[in-house]
Design a protein around this ligand. Structure first.
Ligand code: NAP
Length: 304
């Protein structure tokens, strides 16, 4: 068993790393456990132009800054996937996939959300073989090729804008006739000659022999095949809280319910960021949750 921490934060995105910075500045010992890459989902954004104080910054740069700031305050970080969280009489035991167990007095869950999948046959096999969830990470594989983006929110619009810079054609497929994302992005896309918007259209099936080669689309009841080299899925996210569910109360969509202080029904267990039940999920609200959860955890620690 390793050191016992005041606060262990599970998830190293904007919420988790902001919580780490605040908790360290309040003098608490802090460990952040992240399973994949520090910085979270925002690292997938090519450009962030609505984070206060930064007129324009890449998502990767912003994520790096959150990490650097938390570490400069003395937060410890580990790349480990948490597989189970156990409540003990005086805190928590956290088990990871490497077989390590960590002990803490409080826990902040900041596990974010993972990309929503379409749920169609063969989809999982095509992930990495033509289906991607990250244009920033995988867009370069499709230089000069024809790709599709599925979705109508800011992620889909931004991905289409980015891909249109290097791909021969980008089909933006959306199930409704209007976009959920910002009008400014829609205007920018309308000015791109290699972008084709396919509205009121859904994907019905994936086709390809090992690699995705075409989509079966449905528009106004008619099916058509669209040959493409790659598909970028951007239809929102779902929370990933299964490992912690016994200690939480979840809303209908699976997000963790908490008070304004980010406290869950389990004493000493807090939740912050996109995995928390709330109406607005932005980097700003994730960072805000992180600060609130950290300060609430500090008050809890000082009171027990
Ligand atoms: P989102 O805003 O929830 O949009 C998801 C899109 O996917 C919607 O257009 C939705 O269609 C569609 N969709 C959902 N389920 C679907 C399904 N099963 N089949 C087909 N289409 C489906 O998700 P997001 O674009 O990932 O954005 C998430 C949050 O992050 C938003 O608040 C967004 O503003 C924010 N964000 C901010 C930035 C930035 O500021 N730099 C960048 C990216 C994202 P309907 O419209 O019909 O519901």
């Amino acid at each position: 068993m390793s050191t016992r921490y005041d606060i262990i934060i599970i998830g190293g995105g904007p919420a988790g790393l902001t919580a780490a910075t605040y908790a360290r500045r309040a003098g608490k010992s802090v460990l952040v456990l992240e399973k994949a890459a520090f910085g979270g989902q925002i690292t997938w954004s090519p450009k962030v132009e609505n984070f206060p104080g930064d007129i324009s910054v890449t998502g990767t740069e912003l994520g790096d800054r959150f990490l650097e700031q938390a570490m400069s305050q003395g937060a410890e970080v580990e790349l480990e996937e948490v597989t189970a969280l156990e409540k003990t009489s005086d805190g928590f035991l956290i088990h990871t996939d490497s077989g390590t167990s960590y002990s803490s007095r409080t826990v902040i869950l900041a596990t974010g959300a993972k990309p929503r999948m379409l749920g169609l046959p063969g989809e999982e096999d095509f992930v990495g073989n033509g289906i991607s969830f990250c244009a920033v990470c995988d867009g370069a594989f499709y230089n000069g090729k024809a790709v599709a983006v599925y979705g109508g929110g800011n992620s889909a619009l931004q991905d289409t804008l980015l891909l249109s810079e290097t791909c021969s054609r980008v089909y933006l497929i959306h199930r409704r006739s209007t976009f959920r994302g910002e009008a400014a992005l829609v205007d920018a896309l309308q000015a791109r000659p290699n972008v084709t918007m396919m509205m009121d259209t859904t994907i019905k099936a994936f086709q390809g022999d090992g690699e995705l080669s075409s989509l079966v689309l449905c528009c106004s009841g008619k099916e058509e095949e669209l040959p493409i080299d790659g598909l970028f899925v951007a239809i929102g996210h779902v929370p990933d809280l299964k490992a912690f569910a016994p200690l939480l109360s979840l809303d209908q969509s699976g997000y963790a319910l908490s008070g304004e202080d980010c406290l869950t029904p389990t004493p000493g267990l807090f939740v912050a960021g996109d995995c928390r039940s709330k109406s607005i999920r932005q980097v700003t609200t994730a960072a805000a949750d992180g600060s609130v959860a950290a300060l609430a955890a500090c008050s809890y620690l000082d009171a027990v």
